[in-house]
Design a protein around this ligand. Sequence first.
Ligand code: PBG
Ligand code: ZN
Length: 335
Amino acid sequence: MTSKYFTPETRHRRLRKTAALRDLVRETHLTPNDLILPLFVDEDITEKQAISSMPNVFRHPEKDLPQFLKECRSSGVNNFILFGVSYNKDDEGRDSMKKGGLLHRMISSAKDTLPDSNIIADVCFCEYTDHGHCGPIAEDGDVDNDATIENIAQQSIIAADAGADIIAPSGMMDGQVASIRAGLDENGFEQIPVLAYAAKFASTYYGPFRDAAGCALGKYDHVAKDRKSYQMDPANAHESLREAEQDLLEGADMLMVKPGLAYLDILHRVKQAFQVPTFAYNVSGEYAMLKAAHANGWLDYETTMMETLLSFKRAGADGILTYSAVDAARILNDN
Ligand code: PBG
Ligand code: ZN
């Protein structure tokens, strides 16, 4: 019928009429190559261990890493970022700076298993320090920036030696990218790119990850109970551009914004400003919220997850770190 009041000339609905038309005019596409799966490798268990706040995510026994990687690969995931669950912790996280330590072993094992995939080393110390902070603690109880960037260069060299394809520093220390770049270059790893967690916010959304990776804070009285002296204030957007610019000046090849959903504005601005490969981290708390809503019958996990991943790409992400990578790859490959 026609309305007696108004007849639109512009009809946006024309291109939404059929699935084929919608497919034809779609602006943003998600593919399995956009997905990076974070995984937890535990050096002290023999059976995979559930993480209660992250349904269907597990701590994997070190010995089972090859098998699990192969399964993920056959589901269509080709990019992996590894986190260690360590039982050899000390005040500096020395285990992660030596050959034969958990970081070195798990990266070597992953690279041997999937030589053609991207094995990304998250370089940071919180998984390996007894106090849970991202570097050694100075007299004042805060993380010692310059000691950390010396150590993180060493840790990066170890990761590169083990075969890491990409080094991803997540500690938010000043000068860490420059220190890592110099360390890699001096040791013959000038071809290994750095993916900087450029804008990483001090976020409550990391809660489930800290349980999973065993890096909760608060064990010692003399050290800070949060990471607010190094991770960014969630209120700051302009500062994230300065962080990203600095990381690029120091030699970063790619950038990351973390967390994801609550920081889509940051992701968009960083991508617009620098036009370099930029990634979003759809973090543990985001995964937990969706799984919880699904368990209650309030949201459908698969469709909501796919819509969320698409939103990162639409905002400018070139790829997404997500605990849903295997589920998403399966869905994409079935279509
Ligand atoms: C540690 C690190 C964290 C995450 C990735 N690397 C936790 C933190 O900074 O406290 C969080 C990932 C997630 O929540 O999924 N540098
Ligand atoms: Zn850390």
